[in-house]
Ligand binder design. Structure first.
Ligand SMILES: *[C@@H]1O[C@H](CO)[C@@H](O)[C@H](O)[C@H]1NC(C)=O
Ligand SMILES: *[C@@H]1O[C@H](CO)[C@@H](O)[C@H](O)[C@H]1NC(C)=O
Ligand SMILES: *[C@@H]1O[C@H](CO)[C@@H](O)[C@H](O)[C@H]1NC(C)=O
Ligand SMILES: *[C@@H]1O[C@H](CO)[C@@H](O)[C@H](O)[C@H]1NC(C)=O
Ligand SMILES: *[C@@H]1O[C@H](CO)[C@@H](O)[C@H](O)[C@H]1NC(C)=O
Ligand SMILES: *[C@@H]1O[C@H](CO)[C@@H](O)[C@H](O)[C@H]1NC(C)=O
Ligand SMILES: *[C@@H]1O[C@H](CO)[C@@H](O)[C@H](O)[C@H]1NC(C)=O
Ligand SMILES: *[C@@H]1O[C@H](CO)[C@@H](O)[C@H](O)[C@H]1NC(C)=O
Ligand SMILES: *[C@@H]1O[C@H](CO)[C@@H](O)[C@H](O)[C@H]1NC(C)=O
Ligand SMILES: *[C@@H]1O[C@H](CO)[C@@H](O)[C@H](O)[C@H]1NC(C)=O
Ligand SMILES: *[C@@H]1O[C@H](CO)[C@@H](O)[C@H](O)[C@H]1NC(C)=O
Ligand SMILES: *[C@@H]1O[C@H](CO)[C@@H](O)[C@H](O)[C@H]1NC(C)=O
Length: 767
């Protein structure tokens, strides 16, 4: 749930900040900046690393009141506001050193926002008073260190303090220092590595405090007693800690409490209805991912008429809600994911007419009333129904405002539902039985970032030009019945393209190898033909570690990945770089530029008609963990450079025409014969030794020359073996489970049959 809140609050913050920006930029053409303040700001700038030239206006040529982010009093010309947060939506952080004491030395500074930058140190040595400051926000992208918090006591007017993501684990008296700030109303210390919440302290003098945000720290205590003394508090976020014990009854007396988030901790015990149920001001309640038990019933909510956001996901409460219950609230957010609700969708949910966010994934739902359900979801923005057993044809359902829809792992049939919303960002309808074609209007989904239709029964052709999807990062249309050619105009920021198991034909478009952010390319099991493009491969993400960028479009997503001869689920976070073009009709040589994709982990070109040699450049692919070039027509020797590819733990070069000795080197010898089998001219460990072949060959050859009846015996065996062998090579990939058994068996037969077969076979079918 926190991500949504973060999203919403960061949108709000961005909006506030952008309003600030415009007011800053318009209002001080006339003011003359104070010289002392200007000197202070220029000194500050010297410590800053400004890679994006955000402080270029900070020069002696200009009135400092007109500098980017600087705001002065309109009469005195003293600096009153400083906003150094990057422009909304852009990742342009300042870095280097932030001498906070310099800025706090600006005597009339009231507002200081340094958030969303990348300062690696924040120093606070120095003599300043900062008695005018009432707003300070320093939260950084990454954890930053700060010496200590003693300086806080000097901020005598501070009302809003946000030091999130600053490492404060050494500061044991953080609470006492904060309590010395008489006007403090809002405190955010998220992810500050704080260890001790001082649970036994009875009273903390935070009489003005309205907002307490201590999420994501390392508290492993019980809920502190002092919390219950904060009688004016309206917002408490203690999520993502290891807080334990039960919820004290006193919580029920915090009559102004509007927001309570205790999720993702280690709380246990029963939540008495008289406690939470008494919080009549509550708007947001989040207690999921704990070990609470007991019952959730109507009385739990009887006074919560203001409730709008309810997060109970991943909890083990028993839900005893009367089907005729009519809740006193109308929710905006309901998260019941991974709770035990089914098989019917709880009746009371149909009474919620203002839902923007509904998560009932993994909740054992199989039955719902589509007429009623449609009415509550038609204007919804976020809908998660994945991993239930819901069936039915929803082609009649129209989503007007949907931003994210996740219906994976259900039994939906019929055409895809009607998504009219043009700001849809993520569509996951995978693992269902949808059929028909892509809806006509899908080209209007301009904000689409991810589409996953894996494992359905969808068909039709794709439009040639997908460039209108400017933000599209993940396309998974695998395991369907799509046909036609692969679109030639592909969005430039694509990160994963999965068209596996379809009927695509024609060539692989050149443009694919120019997608700088692509890290997952799977076109396997189609009917693609022609050459693998010979162009310059410019997939920066696969070519050059130093150029690997995170442009913020990155999508965190789980997907089935095929590697090392089997499949498993993986998180895209792991950046498992893959090129899989297997089981197509590709011909020609493997272009040398393909070997330039040196960051690739999995390379699979098996079951094509590729010719030529494996070039020594393959040895440069130092990250390769899984290589499959089997079932092609590759010739020549295995390059010795492959012996040094130390990360490989799956290798398959079988069923080609490779020849010569397998290079000796620990890596290549550690695979069993199945990695090399079916290359008649290949020898050396783990196949039979190269010299043995010659000796045996002579021996057999002599025998064959001498005895006619024996020759016919070999012929019979040879042809039979050839049929059996090639039949097996052609179909083995279908029965992976059997492969190892088969190869083990084949291995034993191999030494006995190989020479016989080859000699006889060559003798009768020379060419
Ligand atoms: C200065 O700002 C105040 C409000 O902040 C405004 O009322 C006043 O008119 C302004 N004075 C000038 C000279 O712009
Ligand atoms: C930061 O500025 C103060 C002046 O306020 C100065 O005393 C201190 O040395 C500076 N710190 C660093 C690390 O430059
Ligand atoms: C800090 O400044 C105050 C006045 O602004 C002064 O009284 C005090 O002596 C100074 N302390 C140091 C250590 O410079
Ligand atoms: C609490 O803080 C206020 C304001 O700083 C102060 O007036 C009051 O005396 C303090 N009370 C206690 C018990 O420390
Ligand atoms: C704080 O809590 C203690 C014990 O619960 C109580 O005795 C005291 O009156 C409370 N103080 C305030 C200011 O609420
Ligand atoms: C319920 O809240 C009221 C104030 O809103 C308070 O007086 C009462 O003690 C609370 N009851 C419980 C059981 O917490
Ligand atoms: C669900 O809650 C349990 C604790 O009750 C926790 O260990 C687990 O990580 C949570 N799962 C998720 C997906 O949040
Ligand atoms: C799917 O839902 C069931 C409960 O219905 C749950 O046990 C299981 O863990 C869920 N699977 C996933 C992958 O979330
Ligand atoms: C879908 O339905 C089939 C039979 O109708 C059933 O075997 C399968 O388990 C169902 N799948 C899900 C995810 O409910
Ligand atoms: C879709 O709606 C039409 C008209 O409202 C209706 O006739 C048809 O049966 C519906 N189809 C499904 C699958 O619900
Ligand atoms: C897939 O759709 C085709 C028609 O497009 C239909 O004949 C076939 O039965 C469907 N298969 C499944 C498994 O639903
Ligand atoms: C490769 O891509 C980079 C940026 O992604 C671009 O600047 C460069 O011109 C491209 N090179 C070629 C040969 O296309």
């Amino acid at each position: 749930m926190v991500p949504l809140n973060l999203q919403i609050s960061s949108i709000v913050v961005l909006w506030i900040l952008s309003s600030f920006h415009s007011s800053i930029c318009s209002s001080h053409k006339l003011v003359r900046c104070n010289k002392k303040d200007r000197t202070t700001l220029l000194t500050f700038k010297q410590g800053v690393t400004d890679n994006f030239n955000r402080l270029s206006s900070w020069s002696t040529q200009q009135d400092c009141c007109a500098w980017q982010g600087v705001h002065c009093h309109n009469i005195t010309g003293r600096v009153t506001k400083l906003d150094l947060t990057p422009p909304p939506g852009l990742f342009k952080p300042l870095a280097g050193e932030c001498n906070l004491s310099l800025l706090l030395g600006l005597e009339f500074l009231q507002f200081l926002d340094l958030s969303d930058n990348y300062f690696h140190t924040i120093t606070t040595h120095g003599n300043f008073t900062a008695s005018s400051l009432h707003y300070l926000e320093t939260s950084q992208y990454d954890t930053t260190h700060i010496d200590n918090l003693q300086w806080l006591s000097r901020l005598s007017s501070i009302k809003y303090l946000d030091l999130s993501s600053i490492d404060l684990h050494k500061e044991t008296s953080w609470l006492q220092l904060v309590a010395m700030l008489p006007s403090l109303s809002e405190l955010h210390l998220r992810s500050c590595e704080l260890n001790n919440i001082l649970p036994s302290l009875n009273y903390v003098n935070l009489t003005s405090l309205k907002t307490l945000d201590l999420a994501g720290n390392n508290f492993h205590n019980e809920l502190p007693k002092w919390l219950l003394n904060l009688s004016d508090i309206s917002y408490i976020d203690l999520s993502y800690n290891q807080l334990k014990g039960s919820i004290p009854k006193g919580i029920g007396q915090l009559e102004h409490l509007q927001f309570l988030d205790l999720s993702d901790s280690m709380f246990s015990g029963i939540i008495p209805s008289s406690t939470l149920g008494n919080l009549s001001s509550l708007v947001t309640l989040s207690v999921g991912s704990n070990s609470f038990f007991g019952t959730i019933s109507e009385t739990t909510f009887s006074k919560l008429s203001n409730l709008e956001d309810l997060y109970l996901s991943n909890s083990t409460f028993a839900f005893h809600l009367d089907p005729t219950w009519s809740p006193p609230f109308q929710l905006r957010t309901l998260d019941l994911g991974n709770t035990n609700q089914g098989p019917h969708l709880p009746e009371w949910i149909y009474t919620q007419k203002s839902l923007q966010y509904l998560d009932i994934s993994s909740s054992g739902i199989s039955l719902l009333d589509w007429d009623k359900f449609w009415r509550i979801v038609q204007d919804i923005e976020f809908l998660y129904l994945s991993n239930n057993s819901i069936s039915g044809d929803i082609s009649n359902i129209t989503f007007n405002n949907i931003i994210l829809i996740d219906l994976n792992h259900n039994n939906f049939t019929g055409q895809l539902p009607n998504i009219l919303s043009t700001n849809i960002r993520k569509v996951d309808l995978s693992y269902n039985s949808f059929s028909g074609t892509m809806p006509d209007n899908w080209k209007s989904w301009k904000d689409l970032e991810l589409i996953n239709l894996w494992s359905n029964n969808l068909s039709g052709e794709l439009p040639m030009d997908l460039t209108s999807f400017k933000k599209l990062a993940v396309v998974n249309l695998g395991k369907n019945e799509f046909f036609g050619t692969i679109p030639t105009n592909i969005p430039q920021y694509l990160q994963a393209l999965i068209l596996r198991f379809n009927h695509f034909e024609g060539n692989i478009p050149l443009q694919i190898f120019n997608l700088s952010l692509l890290f997952y390319l799977d076109l396997a099991h189609n009917r693609l033909s022609g050459f693998i493009p010979q162009c310059i491969y410019n997939i920066t993400e696969m070519v050059d570690k130093d150029l690997v960028t995170n442009n913020g479009l990155y999508v965190d997503y789980k997907i089935d990945v095929f590697t090392k001869g089997h499949d498993y689920e993986i998180n895209f976070d792991l950046l498992h770089r893959t090129v899989d073009l297997s089981v197509n009709n590709l011909s020609g040589e493997i272009p040398s530029s393909l070997y330039g994709l040196i960051l690739v982990h999995t390379l699979n070109l098996s079951y094509n008609h590729l010719t030529g040699t494996i070039q020594k450049e393959i040895g440069g692919m130092k990250e390769l963990e899984s290589i499959d070039l089997s079932n092609n027509k590759l010739i020549g020797e295995i390059p010795t450079s492959m012996a040094a590819m130390s990360f490989i733990d799956y290798l398959n070069l079988s069923c080609n025409n490779l020849s010569g000795q397998i290079p000796t080197g620990t890596q290549l010898q550690s695979f069993d014969a199945s990695s090399y089998i079916g290359n008649p001219e290949l020898c050396g460990a783990p196949l039979r030794s190269c010299t043995a072949k010659e000796e045996n060959g002579k021996h057999i050859h002599m025998d064959a020359r001498n005895e006619d009846n024996r020759e016919s015996f070999y012929v019979g065996m040879g042809v039979g073996f050839a049929v059996a062998f090639w039949g097996t090579c052609g179909s083995l990939f279908l029965v992976r489970r059997w492969r190892h058994t088969y190869y083990r068996w084949l291995d034993q037969l191999w030494d006995q049959l190989y020479v016989t077969f080859m000699v006889t076979f060559n003798h009768f079918f020379p060419n």
